[in-house]
Design a protein around this ligand. Structure first.
Ligand code: FNR
Length: 380
């Protein structure tokens, strides 16, 4: 199949990946209502068709946190994304750089921040959770500074991990260690192309930034157990002040769905926030990001940058999000599907698809530049 859109990349990824990995990427929490609503609510937003407005040149460039972006897209942090292809995060960061957009590395990546940085020219963006082990957290901030990171996403919507039924059923997280390991082994054998690329040729299989705390020979089970012990459920806005004080670069609070929390982020002195429900992976029943966006945009009044993620699958979605007040969008699954399906080329292709769709959507709604994407282009 030749992939025409992100959904096609999803199907290609499904064919190539072992079941436990595909379900991990694709799934959400509980009954996945928010996961579905993220995409469905975007599709209910109509765009006005405008004609005869000279759209011969379409400019999709923007400036964000002092960086010029060729497209208003950031590749968002996705844990262990690097397992979807050999040294996967390195490949994705390289593809992002070639397309002129930022790549944000997850705390819990498969490749370390130093490895990814070494293989790219541009500084990375980095994402951090509030980790109970404050020694690890502070050391991680220092490592990020050392490799030249200027933009930090601080994720606040995961004080505890949610219930993800697909991960339990697939053997990623449920049942006994024996059951999990045998299920994963069997599924890997049924995905020989992935097993060869990642399982055999993708060594070392140590877990990126956390490898040194997990110890030698640690695998996915030890990683999961470290993660679940280290989520800090006691975090408050007060705790975040310490991060604000320590981090001199741009700070973006990721995981805001409520206008009151958006105002807290602004009060903290954050440079930006991400309207996000973690791609429908945390509180099921929470608002879709696109529905949460307008009151948040009203509340912060343009004082800090607003990004949106959760559900972005097409260039049309990018226009919809920007029309409702986002300065740019963050993509999660979209780039990972590309990586899983066709490695670096897949990520590049996904960015090309989104870029082309964005240009078409802008042209047909009469916008020659991103600044012209305002609420006025929406069907009321
Ligand atoms: C995520 N997300 C995420 N967020 C974060 O801050 N740190 C992380 O390590 C991860 N890990 C992660 C793994 C997987 C498999 C997914 C799908 C997502 C959330 C991610 O950054 C982003 O908010 C969502 O993916 C956006 O939704 P879409 O674009 O996937 O619909």
């Amino acid at each position: 199949m030749i992939a025409a859109n992100v959904e096609d990349y999803r199907l290609l990824a499904k064919r190539r990946l072992p079941k436990f990995l595909f379900e991990y990427i694709d799934g959400g929490s509980f009954s996945e209502t928010t996961l579905r609503n993220n995409c469905a609510d975007l599709q209910t937003i109509g765009l006005r068709q405008r004609v005869l407005r000279d759209i011969s040149t379409i400019n999709t460039e923007t400036e964000l946190f002092g960086q010029n972006l060729k497209l208003p897209i950031i590749l968002g942090p996705v844990g262990i994304a690097g397992l979807n292809a050999r040294r996967g995060e390195v490949l994705a960061a390289q593809a992002a750089q070639e397309k002129g957009v930022p790549f944000c590395l997850s705390t819990v990546s498969a490749c370390s921040i130093e490895e990814v940085r070494l293989q790219t020219q541009d500084p990375l963006w980095f994402q951090l959770y509030m980790i109970k082990d404050r020694g690890f957290l502070n050391a991680m901030l220092d490592r990020a500074v050392e490799v030249g990171t200027k933009t930090l996403m601080f994720t606040v919507d995961m004080p505890v991990p949610s219930s993800r039924y697909r991960d339990i059923r697939s053997g990623l997280s449920g049942g006994s260690m024996f059951r999990r390991q045998s299920a994963r082994m069997l599924q890997s054998m049924m995905s020989p192309r992935w097993a060869w690329d990642v399982g055999i040729c993708g060594r070392p299989h140590s877990l990126g930034n956390v490898a040194h705390v997990l110890g030698k020979g640690a695998g996915i089970d030890e990683f999961w157990s470290w993660m679940s012990k280290n989520f800090d459920a006691s975090v408050t806005w007060k705790t975040l002040e310490q991060i604000r004080d320590k981090w001199k670069g741009d700070l973006i609070i990721k995981g805001i769905l409520d206008p009151e929390d958006a105002l807290e982020a602004k009060k903290l002195g954050a440079d930006g926030l991400i309207v996000s429900n973690h791609g429908g992976r945390q509180l099921d029943g929470a608002l879709s990001s696109i529905r949460a966006l307008p009151p948040i945009a009203d509340a912060v009044q343009g004082d800090i940058k607003i990004l949106l993620d959760s559900g972005i699958r097409t260039g049309l979605d990018i226009v919809r999000a920007m029309a409702l007040g986002a300065d740019a969008v963050v993509i999660g699954r979209a780039w990972v599907y590309g990586l899983a399906a066709q490695k670096k080329q897949g990520v590049s292709n996904v960015l090309d698809i989104l870029g082309n769709e964005l240009r078409v959507a802008m042209a047909l709604s009469g916008c020659a530049s991103l600044k012209e994407i305002t609420p006025d282009i929406l069907v009321k």
